[in-house]
Design a protein around this ligand. Structure first.
Ligand code: KIV
Length: 266
């Protein structure tokens, strides 16, 4: 059964998927990839600050700037015809004063095709989420493991403080968040959270009971040459496909087999 939707995904439609069918999101950072994943039928595309690691080759997401996020978001937003495009706030923008957070969110929403922003954090974000929602900006929250706090957490680890997670997610929902990304949390806790919230939970390393799943595109495609987390499933092996294709090109050029007559102008 093909569960893709042909409808343009809006925030209200996205929220209404809770309890009806699992929601599918992936990250994308450029025009061709965004076009492909949109055509493949995902519900949402996150222009994640994970681009710091998978595109820029950095050890964490902390050095990604807002200008870089807007640069990538503009390409993605222009490519997408149907999926909901969400732009991540990089470190430490979500911790600014609510009025400044709104100014930045407005820059994202002015881009073609962009419909929402994602803020990573807990209870401290409630005033900013309220400010954005009052101004008409849809906000996706991000609880559990927060990669922007990697140094305080001492690494990318499963988050086991059930009580804090529940309190934070409920507070962010109450503030107006339309969905909550839940990262690296045990499956039973993510299930409890999903049952407690009226808005969709989008899991990453949070087991099968969330309302939806998101993966970093490079992990999903097997494009990552570095370490990959346990929860990430590779549905293709593009790193080796690319290596093989380029090796073959090297060989054919060096052996004088490329370009042949069919690739040459007479
Ligand atoms: O930046 C990102 O890609 C994310 C996902 C891991 C949810 O925040």
């Amino acid at each position: 059964m093909d569960l893709r939707t042909e409808e343009v995904m809006t925030v209200p439609r996205f929220v209404r998927l809770k309890g009806r069918r699992p929601i599918v999101m992936v990250t994308a950072y450029d025009f061709p990839m965004a076009q492909l994943v949109d055509q493949a039928g995902v519900d949402g595309i996150l222009v994640g600050d994970s681009l710091g690691m998978v595109v820029q080759g950095r050890p964490n997401t902390l050095s990604v700037t807002w200008e870089q996020m807007l640069y990538h978001a503009e390409m993605v937003g222009r490519a997408v015809q149907r999926a909901l495009v969400v732009v991540d706030f990089p470190f430490p923008l979500s911790q600014l004063e609510p009025a400044q957070v709104l100014t930045h969110a407005a820059e994202a929403l002015r881009l073609p095709g962009v419909s929402a922003v994602k803020l990573e954090g807990g209870q401290e974000l409630v005033p900013s989420v309220q400010r954005l929602v009052r101004a008409g900006v849809p906000v996706m929250a991000h609880c559990g493991l927060r990669p922007q706090s990697v140094h305080r957490l001492g690494g990318y680890r499963i988050q086991r403080d059930r009580q804090t997670l529940l309190q934070e997610a409920l507070a962010l929902q109450q503030a107006g968040a339309f969905a909550v990304v839940v990262e690296c949390v045990s499956a039973p806790v993510a299930q409890e959270l999903t049952q407690a919230l009226q808005v969709p939970t989008i899991g990453i390393g949070a087991g099968p009971h969330c309302d939806g799943q998101v993966l970093v595109l490079h992990d999903l495609l097997g494009l990552n040459t570095g370490p990959v987390p346990k929860f990430a499933k590779a549905y293709a092996q593009l790193a080796s496909t690319i290596r093989q294709a380029v090796q073959q090109f090297c060989q054919e050029v060096r052996q004088g087999r490329y370009p042949g007559p069919e690739h040459s102008y007479q």
